[in-house]
Write a protein that binds this ligand. Sequence first.
Ligand SMILES: Nc1ncnc2c1ncn2[C@@H]1O[C@H](COP(=O)(O)OP(=O)(O)O)[C@@H](O)[C@H]1O
Ligand SMILES: [Mg+2]
Length: 164
Amino acid sequence: MNPAAIPSLSARGLQKDFIQPNGERLTVLKSVDFDIYPGEMVAIMGPSGSGKSTLLQILGLMMRPDKGELSILGGDAAVMTESARDHLRRGKIGFLFQMDSLMEELTLEENLRLIQRIKGIGFAGEPVSNLSQVAGRLNLERRLPSFPRELSVGECCRANLLRA
Ligand SMILES: Nc1ncnc2c1ncn2[C@@H]1O[C@H](COP(=O)(O)OP(=O)(O)O)[C@@H](O)[C@H]1O
Ligand SMILES: [Mg+2]
């Protein structure tokens, strides 16, 4: 790694506590420090319940830590306004959720067009009309008129990937 490179994401001393139903405090993240550099591919591993999803939600600006600093693309997440956080999340962060993330009452095509509209983009910069071509890359073009409940498990996973 180039030592002069600036991290895309930098976490220092992140902490997150949850209050459990019995009133006890559960510290899920404690003193989490790391940097991720441009082009790096990073995996977070740990047993179920160890805090991976909590960490991802914080890194994805969907949750705030109780302590610590988080810098994403040079911006300090703690001091950003909600709208600046929304803007960064919408423009620069993609999430492939573990659970289904498609809207049940919309077809796959409507789901994807909704995301395009929210993000103000075509897929990979392509015009919106190329949706079936983009879906075709994941072998989903014939499923565009289907509702999420009509997709197979594998199709659903690929649709979630497209959405992300
Ligand atoms: N919103 C919440 N309120 C209370 N406890 C939570 C909440 N979210 C997660 N937890 C608890 O925090 C711990 C870590 O959860 P999570 O980050 O989802 O773990 P992982 O993704 O590694 O399986 C678990 O014990 C979970 O029960
Ligand atoms: Mg999880």
